[in-house]
Design a protein around this ligand. Structure first.
Ligand code: MF3
Ligand code: CO
Ligand code: CO
Length: 259
């Protein structure tokens, strides 16, 4: 399958959907505190997306997913289902938002540290964000997806952490998950070459321990096999003529790796 190249009109719709996804994270951030249940955060986001943004929360009923956002705490790698679990001091949690506006998807996630988190947990969270930013910095026409994956993998492993292999970034547009698959590991000089007009996510999942994961009996929740902590950050990115545009950048978010 060829990789979709978005038209100028499609890119405008992607910009709009992605801005809304970023705004959901901006809205929910002050509520991600000890004592909040993930179901409460889900409900806040759901109402904001449906009522204020007049958009659709893409996860709800996607392949049977029961909620409007994903909330992945501590050793949960991704696809955590919001529920009665209260956030506690020391937790790390990923909140993953995907909205559909005017037929196009915007997908972004970030980590939150609740209260006093351990030095090791903070280092994991920071490393996962650096992996995302290093990947984004590479994006321009002519580079290959293997170049991107290799940089992300090298950074995580240089810190003694591991990259999850079973889940990856993805093309995104009128479909939630399109070609190409964006692996967060790989070999330079291999894989698809990037071209202007491609839109895809980068969303590295970094484990403090071994890379292996399993899916729980609810058929969604992905956890580390060794119960080590896991962290993930995600942006939706557009390849432009001379580089890239981060479509889900939040207000005040600095994308420079070294700051
Ligand atoms: N937002 C996730 C991603 O980054 C996908 C979640 S699928 C769901 O690709 F069904 F769990 F919502
Ligand atoms: Co995604
Ligand atoms: Co996502």
């Amino acid at each position: 399958m060829p990789i979709p190249i978005k038209s100028a009109a499609e890119i405008e719709k992607m910009r709009a959907a992605c801005r809304l996804a970023a705004e959901v994270l901006e809205m929910v951030a002050p509520h991600v505190v000890a004592g909040a249940t993930t179901e409460y955060l889900n409900d806040l986001c759901h109402r904001f997306i449906v009522e204020k943004q007049q958009a659709i929360p893409a996860p709800l009923h996607y392949r049977g997913f029961p909620k409007s956002i994903c909330t992945s705490i501590n050793h949960v790698v991704c696809h955590g289902i919001p529920g009665p679990r209260q956030l506690r001091d020391g937790d790390i949690v990923n909140i993953d938002i995907t909205v559909i506006k005017d037929g196009y998807h915007g997908d972004t996630s970030m980590m939150f540290c609740i209260g006093e988190t351990s030095v090791r947990a903070r280092r994991l969270v920071d490393t996962a964000r650096e992996c995302l930013l290093l990947g984004i910095a590479m994006v321009k026409p002519g580079i290959r997806l293997g170049d991107l994956g290799a940089v992300i993998q090298r950074h995580a492993e240089s810190r003694g952490f591991s990259i999850v292999r079973e889940y990856c970034g993805h093309g995104i547009g009128s479909e939630f998950h399109e070609d190409p698959q964006v692996l967060h590991y790989g070999t330079p000089g291999t894989g698809h070459e990037l071209r202007p007009g491609m839109t895809f996510t980068i969303e590295p999942m970094v484990n403090a321990g071994k890379r292996h994961v399993k899916v729980l009996a609810d058929d969604w929740t992905v956890v580390t096999c060794d119960r080590s902590l896991s962290a993930q950050w995600e942006h939706t990115v557009l390849v432009t003529a001379d580089g890239h545009e981060v479509l889900t950048q939040r207000i005040g978010e600095v994308l420079d790796v070294h700051h």
